[in-house]
Design a protein around this ligand. Structure first.
Ligand code: PGA
Length: 252
């Protein structure tokens, strides 16, 4: 059995005051959020506050990125150990915004994954094709390449691993992938995982969909058999919509 997941990716949003208000409201709703694991990934500046606010609520938290070294002269970076120190359970790695805007390569993401797993974090590895790649019928090839390179030489992670299929053209655009397209790619991802990490790991790895998820489209997406939850950007900034989506994931 795989966990169902609702993961909030706040990206570069929210002051500490706004993060606190969100957590106070989420704490109220948390006892009803059964049957789904909820995770909040705030910017680093709010992570300590979110950890304090969500302690013992059943809601988990995580970083949106981390570096591959444990400590040292790496100005501006945050290590997996530092995230563990804040009792993070998760870290998002390889988000397309980091790949495209900040030039992260698969080789870098591979090192980050190894370091995060070594520190006991559960990585949420994001993969997905651009619109041009999809139109050129290269979506599978691109996702396969990302998975193969990002997971190269990694042993099956003991704490776990989460994959998020996020087609780049669906992120922040209001145009989500059709549930059929998402299902097709996610079942392909599970096949690839079986080859790279082994069938046991592939069977227990939650694979999420991300890209313009909202409370109106999540039920249809979750009706697909291989989709285990969602990585939610814009619609995770309001507690009410995040909680509605989490409930719909739980009930799917
Ligand atoms: P979105 O972002 O839900 O705003 O499309 C998803 C993501 O980038 O993780």
């Amino acid at each position: 059995m795989r966990n169902k997941l609702a993961i909030a990716n706040w990206k570069m949003n929210k002051s500490r005051a706004e993060a606190k208000e969100f957590c106070e409201q989420l704490r109220q709703a948390a006892p009803e959020l059964t049957g789904v694991e909820t995770v909040v990934c705030p910017p680093f500046t709010s992570l300590y506050l979110v950890a304090e606010q969500l302690e013992n609520t059943g809601v988990h938290w995580g970083g949106q990125n981390c570096f591959w070294e444990e400590q040292g002269a790496y100005t501006g970076e945050v290590s997996p150990l530092m995230l563990r120190d804040l009792r993070c359970r998760y870290v998002i790695l390889g988000h397309s915004e980091r790949r495209q805007i900040l030039g992260e390569t698969d080789a870098m993401i591979n090192r980050k994954l190894a370091a995060a797993i070594g520190a006991g974090l559960i990585p949420i590895l994001c993969v997905g094709e651009t619109l041009q790649e999809r139109e050129n019928h290269r979506a599978r090839e691109v996702v396969k390449e990302q998975l193969d390179q990002d997971l190269r030489n990694l042993a099956p992670p003991t704490a776990g691993l989460v994959i998020a299929y996020e087609p780049v053209w669906a992120i922040g655009t209001g145009v989500n992938a059709s549930s059929d397209d998402a299902q097709e790619m996610i079942s392909f991802i599970r096949e690839r995982l079986a080859q790279s990490l082994g069938p046991e790991s592939a069977a227990v790895t939650p694979i999420l969909y991300g890209g313009s998820v909202n409370s109106n489209n999540i039920a249809e997406i979750m009706a697909e058999k291989d989709i285990d939850g969602a990585l939610i950007g814009g619609a995770s900034l309001q507690v009410s919509s995040f909680v509605t989506i989490a409930r719909l994931i739980a009930n799917a």
